[in-house]
Design a protein around this ligand. Sequence first.
Ligand code: PGA
Length: 251
Amino acid sequence: MRKNLIAANWKMYKTSAEVAAFTREFLPLVAANKRDEIVLASPAIWLKELNAQLAGSNVSASAETMDFHKEGAFTGEISPVMLVDAGIRYVLIGHSERRQYFNETDDSVNQKLKAAIAYKLTPIVCIGELLSEREAGKTADVLRRQVAGALKDVSASDAATLVIAYEPVWAIGTGKTATPEMAEEAHQIVRAELAKALGQPAADATRILYGGSVKPDNVDSLMAQPDIDGALVGGASLDPKSFARIVNYLA
Ligand code: PGA
């Protein structure tokens, strides 16, 4: 019922030439995949050219962040209107690096989510606990707070395209993956909170991705979990062969 979604997050990596080399090698490796939705989140400066390279393929481009204003005196920021104008249909919101280094909060995530909905962008909202929070037994509380905060004043019909990415912060870029069982448990907590905020049908329809050191050698067991509906992949998405193997996970 839920179409799985596999997304790359290139973060602040790749030159223009590297983006072109990636798509040249990657697109043929995933062209036969009709099973999954495939997304590449790229630095904003390459989004237009990436989109042109992806035209006619089964792969879409995503922004890694955006501002929530339509326009204004916000030096350096990019608005949802600009993303739509560039033909972009997806945006990551509230990645833990944005929360950690750029002061994003549950409140700004909520404002960005509402802006994405208003401009018909598919939002991929990132949540996840810190190591200290997990060790203190607070994982469920943190996930509930982040989901409830993101969805404040958002209705089930608004959330029709919503995607959540559960990314335990201690697993991002560390090589430490949550076990499939740990991830499944967190995804069930997230889905229950989605049901509280949006109702059960909307919660059942929402894709929940796992992120945090997803690699070709652990993706199959993660994707086998019933509540894991895809992956958000950093390091292992930079190489076309590695990311293609992740996209073509064995079901
Ligand atoms: P990682 O990053 O796959 O390198 O752990 C995931 C992410 O930050 O989205």
